[in-house]
Design a protein around this ligand. Structure first.
Ligand code: FAD
Ligand code: DHB
Length: 397
């Protein structure tokens, strides 16, 4: 088989890239190792920055998102048993975010691809990217029990942290930067109405907690709760009973005069590891890495999905400009352009993570410093603006 762009991975990065190329009339083939149900049901991110929502709208994938997504104009920081609201529009010149799950973004993009686009093969595992530094790269893959070859002009490695495309960058040309964190998140989805109308990021001596939500399921009229607890990294999700989870959430988000959380049946429970990691460069010859294949942020601040979208918007624009004008400047600048935004988000996610979590080896002095920073955000417009701008994200160029 031959195509212009071989896209490895049907997460948000690969699916949106495929859609943008379809719209521009550039043919592509998407190879996805898992089945459709798995991709559509994998619980992950839930917050879309304004630029991400705008990119999905511009790609014709925003109709259901705009009907069902929940616009949010602020978050609450909770510490010392009190809350401080950070208002986004007044601090950022009108920007806000949208609560709409990654599962739904993927469903919308998959439906569009099947209705109007090129091939999307589920159960197709890429094995290797070959000849990336020539003008005829190839992807070897396994599909339906047979080994096949996809010849192409470009390869988009959108296959996440565990993918294979990165291995095509010669080690001598690659550099990775990493920080691991001494904790993880236990995340649950619960059939319970959100206890607060906005997201709550809570710092507590027992550890971080996050109150988030998901839009109502089809046919329902109330949003459901998406909640997270900081836990030790080796935690088994099943080792926490439902009651223990609710009790611990209640302790960590409690305020003076506040009410306990609304409880309900827990319908999903999983532990997410925390990692900060960047692979440079994001391009080798005609191979472009995008999304989690090139960078991971810890989840505090919800940047992962948004970075993936920024990468593929940049890549699609570079490929379209090259086709239309012959100018390779966008392609040549792809890695540097993306990495500027990536490192900005790495810094934001790092700072949010460090500020809000309980470090096992933190000294009382370290903890006082973190509280001083929270006080600063709560009392200084410049500090609050910095957080609001980081959270809502920089506009795509
Ligand atoms: P992925 O979504 O990882 O997609 C990569 C795709 O490639 C997958 O479908 C995979 O099956 C496929 N693939 C892999 N190898 C191959 C191969 N060899 N051949 C073919 N296909 C292959 N971010 C947030 O902002 N907030 C969160 O709460 C949050 N929670 C998360 C929880 C978990 C468990 C994980 C892993 C991530 C979470 N993230 C979160 C991060 C966010 O979901 C990712 O940043 C986002 O999914 C990145 O999209 P992507 O398309 O780059 O990668
Ligand atoms: C969610 C995840 C995040 O990492 C975050 O910072 C906010 C919300 C969520 O899944 O809803």
């Amino acid at each position: 088989m031959r195509t212009t762009v071989a896209i490895i991975g049907a997460g948000p990065a690969g699916l949106l890239l495929a859609r943008l190329l379809d719209e521009a009339g550039i043919d592509s083939v998407v190879l996805e190792s898992r089945d459709r149900a798995h991709v559509e049901q994998r619980q992950r991110a839930g917050i879309l920055e304004q630029s991400t929502a705008d990119a999905l709208r511009a790609a014709g994938a925003g109709a259901r998102m705009d009907r069902e997504g929940l616009p949010h104009t602020g978050i609450e920081l909770r510490f010392d048993r009190r809350g401080h609201r950070v208002d986004f529009p007044s601090r950022t010149g009108g920007r806000s975010v949208l609560v709409y799950a990654q599962t739904e973004v993927c469903k919308d993009l998959i439906a569009l691809r099947f209705r109007t686009g090129g091939p999307l093969l589920f159960g197709a595992r890429a094995l290797a990217v070959e000849d990336a530094d020539t003008d005829r790269p190839r992807v070897r893959y396994r599909h339906g029990g047979r080994e096949e070859v996809l010849e192409c002009s470009y390869v988009a490695g959108c296959d996440g942290y565990w993918g294979i495309s990165r291995a095509a960058v010669p080690p001598a040309l690659a550099r990775t930067y990493e920080r691991t964190w001494p904790y993880a998140w236990l995340g649950i989805l619960a059939d319970a109405p959100p206890s607060h109308h906005e997201l709550v990021y809570a710092r507590h001596d027992r550890g971080f907690a996050l109150l988030s939500m998901r839009p109502p399921a089809e046919g329902a009229d109330a949003p459901v709760s998406r909640l997270y607890l900081q836990v030790p990294p080796s935690t088994e999700a099943a080792s926490w009973s439902d009651t223990e989870i609710w009790d611990e959430l209640d302790r960590r988000v409690e305020t003076d005069g506040g009410r306990p959380l609304e409880r309900g049946a827990i319908t999903a429970k999983a532990v997410t590891p925390m990692r900060s990691w960047v692979h440079e460069p994001m391009r080798h010859g005609r191979l472009f890495l995008a999304g989690d294949a090139a960078h991971i942020v810890p989840p505090t601040g919800a940047k992962g999905l948004n970075l993936a979208v920024g990468d593929v918007v940049t890549l699609a624009r570079a490929l379209v400009t090259h086709r239309d004008t012959g100018d390779p400047a966008g392609i040549d600048a792809y890695s540097a352009d993306c990495l500027r935004r990536v490192w900005g988000a790495e810094h934001f996610s790092y700072a949010m993570t460090d500020l809000l979590h309980r470090h096992p080896d933190a000294t009382p002095f370290d903890d006082r410093l973190r509280r001083a920073r929270l006080d600063r955000i709560a009392t200084c417009a410049a500090a609050e603006t910095d957080l609001a701008e980081g959270y809502t994200g920089v506009p795509f160029p």
